[in-house]
Ligand binder design. Structure first.
Ligand SMILES: NC(=O)c1ccc[n+]([C@@H]2O[C@H](COP(=O)([O-])OP(=O)(O)OC[C@H]3O[C@@H](n4cnc5c(N)ncnc54)[C@H](OP(=O)(O)O)[C@@H]3O)[C@@H](O)[C@H]2O)c1
Length: 205
């Protein structure tokens, strides 16, 4: 199995972990480790309210659940159509776009204490607007001066095994939005490029 980013981690081959199905296993190496690396940059804990931009996407579904497992309250941005998906993952949904800062303040009058922007720069801008220090903001889809940009390749050793263990234990689930046979990979890429996928797309080999 490869995941739909096309990053097959050619130099990495992993056995599908016990208790994890093949399709789910295919999602862990890239998206799971990216979420783990991004969270490590902000180190959420039980005293945190974490705002996650693009929370229902392939990386977001891991980030939301890992932050919840770390004990944090999570507010996740998405379209109205992603609200149910976000709730199931454990996040409080908030619609992205104009007025986001006010909507976050309404949900969390004390503000967020840490922020991941998984989509662009809007959530970084809002984080600064509501007073989150740059040291507790992390991006993965844009470069912003003063803010850490995470890279899944820098995830902690053992991150993949930890996530696989959580999946096997039923504590973390990966929504599979769609699967495609390899000869329909173009359709998969087009769907992913639309940037409104909830969870992961998997290509069957
Ligand atoms: N997926 C991976 O395995 C992976 C791995 C490493 C790096 N990356 C990179 O990480 C970034 C995120 O990738 P991804 O696959 O998680 O998601 P994505 O495909 O880039 O975006 C999908 C998510 O973004 C949300 N979204 C759409 N428009 C938005 C907006 N204006 N503001 C905030 N959120 C918005 C969507 O929610 P709604 O539909 O509800 O709007 C959806 O949940 C990308 O730059 C990607 O290249 C991805």
């Amino acid at each position: 199995m490869v995941d739909s980013t096309g990053k097959t981690a050619a130099d990495e081959v992993h056995r599908t972990p016990d208790g994890v199905d093949d399709r789910t296993a295919a999602t862990l190496t890239i998206a799971g480790r990216m979420a783990s690396a991004a969270l490590a940059a902000i180190d959420p804990g039980p005293d945190d309210t974490v705002l996650i931009g693009g929370a229902a996407g392939g990386v977001g579904v891991f980030a939301v659940q890992l932050a919840r497992i770390a004990g944090a309250r999570v507010i996740g941005t998405g379209s109205a159509t992603s609200a149910d998906c976000l709730r199931v993952l454990g996040a409080e949904p908030v619609v992205h776009g104009e007025g986001l800062a006010d909507r976050v303040r309404a949900l969390a009058p004390g503000g967020a204490t840490a922020v991941l922007d998984l989509h662009g720069v809007e959530t970084v801008r809002v984080a600064r607007e509501i007073g989150v220090p740059d040291s507790r903001i992390c991006t993965i889809a844009a470069q912003v001066d003063g803010v850490t940009a995470a890279n899944g390749a820098n995830a902690a050793p053992g991150a993949l095994e930890e996530i696989a263990g959580l999946v096997a234990a039923g504590r973390l689930r990966v929504p599979i939005a769609a699967t495609f046979p390899i000869d329909e990979i173009r359709r998969a890429a087009e769907l992913q490029a639309g940037r409104h996928v909830q969870g992961k797309i998997v290509i069957d080999l």
